[in-house]
Ligand binder design. Structure first.
Ligand SMILES: Cc1cc2nc3c(=O)[nH]c(=O)nc-3n(C[C@H](O)[C@H](O)[C@H](O)COP(=O)(O)O)c2cc1C
Length: 145
């Protein structure tokens, strides 16, 4: 069964345009693909913290250092998010424009799922993605339209 992950990142709650869009896109997808298993992540509610000395633990080689309790907690957050991302075949991502960029909550999520060896690798020709084959639909909203 295909897995769809719906992600919202708008801070505008029921006034959000991108939330309306993701909901409509997911409804359309479900109608066309009834067997899809849908999961949901609201980054405005469950916001991963910004990268920090504690949450960078996942970048350390296994066994390179003893992780503190805080690093272990943050690693668990990163692992849950990257596993959820990798498990999804389809992603519908609500991406409002705030101050000429994506919301800080969405950037924090991207930072957590951007992991060497999991979602990308470095090569002589530059970074290469490891999470290909997914369908990603970005529901973009800006300027209140
Ligand atoms: C804090 C904030 C910053 C914004 N910055 C921009 C901007 O730089 N450019 C723009 O076109 N619209 C900007 N807007 C308008 C939003 O893009 C617009 O309200 C859009 O609908 C936001 O998506 P949402 O409704 O899903 O939250 C901003 C809105 C907010 C609340």
């Amino acid at each position: 069964m295909a897995k769809l992950l719906q992600i919202d990142s708008s801070i505008l709650g029921t006034n959000s345009v991108s939330r309306q869009l993701t909901a409509q896109i997911v409804a359309s997808w479900r109608a066309a693909h009834p067997a899809t298993e849908v999961s949901y992540l609201d980054l405005a509610v469950n916001t991963p913290s910004h990268l920090s000395a504690e949450s960078l633990g996942f970048c350390l080689p296994a066994g390179a250092a003893d992780l503190s309790d805080a690093q272990q907690r943050e690693n668990a957050v990163s692992e849950a998010l990257v596993s959820q991302f990798l498990a999804a075949d389809v992603l519908v991502i609500g991406a409002p424009l705030y101050n000429f960029f994506i919301p800080t909550q969405l950037k924090a999520w991207i930072d957590r799922v951007s992991q060497v060896g999991r979602t990308f690798k470095y090569t002589e020709k530059g970074p290469v993605g490891l999470a290909g084959g997914k369908t990603i639909i970005v529901a973009s909203a800006r300027g209140g339209v």
